[in-house]
Design a protein. Structure first.
Length: 458
């Protein structure tokens, strides 16, 4: 089955951020698009407005007739969906072509030049930055993003002239092994998803294998110093990036007055006085990686210098909700210990001398079990910590694994408390908040409007 022969596409897990980009892609191609998701959301409602038929009850009888012809219907599912899901079982038993989201992205990278961003963290911001730089240039791009771009209010960019497609290369469930990148960045290889991989060695091996998938004549751009053993094909160029080191690097960094400016050094031509659109320290690194991919794709240095300050960021990635002289509140998707360390460090560098209060909702029982000491160490950089219950996502509870594991290992914080989501706004209303950041990949984001109201009404 190829993309052109497909008439209908059915999504199981349609409302996921990555899946919804594919929903929009196939709608743009004029296909009949339908699907299931567990719960309604702002995103699923927008997809329905855009032409998709989505329902929320697990029932094969609700699959529309247009999606019941196995010869011209493609079924796409997310690995988070259980194998015994009734609709998935229906399609499997009736001989439909069933692909994971990553396999569909793989089909697309076989027909376009893939610019992929892999790594434990930094993928979404970096790939969205790459897409912005290309979209604003004469090169253009298609892009499947892992977050909603603030510049474009969507997770999908389309171009009818560009040969490039920007993709977030996700290591969960080894999804990125379906891709064939022309050029890829690898941002980090800190251990994660050990429920899938079992050991750090297996996790690292998946990244080493990923590098072997880069097409001949392509590029691997790896963060300088990460534990990666490239296994690239002979004609693939291997380059590094970083802050103050690497083939692509940031030098002469200037931070002040809410701005970050630096000089970009590159084998494809240096650019002085790059200004970050979202001025947090971690975005220096992300920006260097994004500019490297942009230069490889033919974006001019002048276009890069003009576009970098206009990058608006990504929803839930260092996302300022209140930014006043005496009160700052932002939400961030950080859900891995290294991401949390970067997030808190960045906010403390932006607001030196201010008290930083962190609300953290752990994501997954297995991740909490595997990294609770590392979570505690990272969270201990904050002045105050509020710990919520674990967000289970696709998992069942594990005996003895609760937020208490993290709480009991916190050190040197002036205040720490555990609470449920229902208790959160009451607890925050009694605190003297200077800088507040909510962290986590679960449903903590749904509480942002309530938290804003609580802070503003104090």
């Amino acid at each position: 089955m190829n993309i052109n022969s497909i008439k209908s596409v059915y999504f199981i897990g349609a409302g996921g951020i990555g899946m919804s980009a594919l929903v929009r892609y196939f709608l743009s191609k004029g296909k009949k698009v339908a699907g299931y998701d567990r719960t309604p959301s702002e995103l699923t409602e927008k997809l329905i407005e855009e032409g998709a038929y989505i329902h929320y009850e697990e029932d094969a009888n609700l699959i529309p007739a247009e999606c019941k012809s196995k010869d011209d219907t493609l079924v796409v599912y997310t690995p988070a969906i259980p194998q015994e899901h009734k609709e998935l079982v229906y399609f499997r038993e009736n001989g439909f072509e069933i692909l994971k989201r990553a396999q569909v992205l793989g089909m697309i990278t076989q027909t376009e030049k893939g610019l992929c961003v892999a790594g434990t963290h930094g993928k979404t911001t970096t790939s969205t930055m790459v897409a912005h730089l290309l979209h604003q240039s004469h090169v253009g791009c298609n892009a499947f993003l892992g977050g909603i771009s603030k510049n474009y209010k969507t997770n999908l960019l389309l171009s009818d002239k560009s040969e490039y497609v920007v993709i977030e290369a996700d290591e969960f469930d080894r999804s990125f092994h379906w891709l064939t990148p022309f050029a890829t960045v690898v941002t980090a290889v800190d251990s994660d998803h050990l429920d899938i991989y079992g050991t750090r060695e297996a996790y690292l091996e998946s990244f080493n294998k990923y590098t072997s998938l880069i097409v001949p004549g392509g590029y691997l751009i790896a963060k300088k110093g990460i534990e990666l053993t490239p296994r690239v094909q002979e004609s693939v160029k291997v380059l590094t990036y970083g802050i103050g080191e690497g083939d692509f690097r940031a030098e002469n960094i200037r931070i002040g007055n809410g701005e970050i400016i630096f000089d970009y050094v590159s084998p494809f031509g240096n650019i002085n006085d790059i200004q970050l659109g979202v001025p947090v320290y971690v975005n220096i690194e992300n920006g260097v990686a994004a500019m490297a991919l942009a230069q490889i794709s033919g974006v001019t240095n002048e276009e890069i210098k003009t576009s970098m300050p206009t990058f608006g960021g990504v929803d839930r990635r260092f996302d300022f909700k209140i930014k006043e002289d005496n009160l700052v509140f932002l939400s961030d998707y950080a859900h891995h210990p290294a991401e949390i360390r970067q997030s808190i460090s960045s906010i403390k560098a932006l607001y030196p001398g201010k008290k930083v209060t962190v609300v953290f909702q752990p994501h997954l029982f297995t991740r909490t079990r595997d990294f609770y000491k590392e979570f505690a160490s990272s969270l201990s950089l904050a002045d105050e910590v509020v710990l919520l219950d674990i967000y289970p996502a696709r998992e069942l509870p594990i005996e003895g694994v609760t937020s208490r594991l993290i709480f009991d290992n916190l050190e040197n914080v002036s205040s720490a408390v555990m609470c449920s989501k229902d208790e959160l706004t009451d607890i925050l209303s009694k605190k003297n908040i200077e800088v507040l950041i909510t962290l986590g990949a679960g449903d903590i984001e749904n509480m942002v409007p309530q938290i804003c109201n609580t802070l503003k009404n104090k």
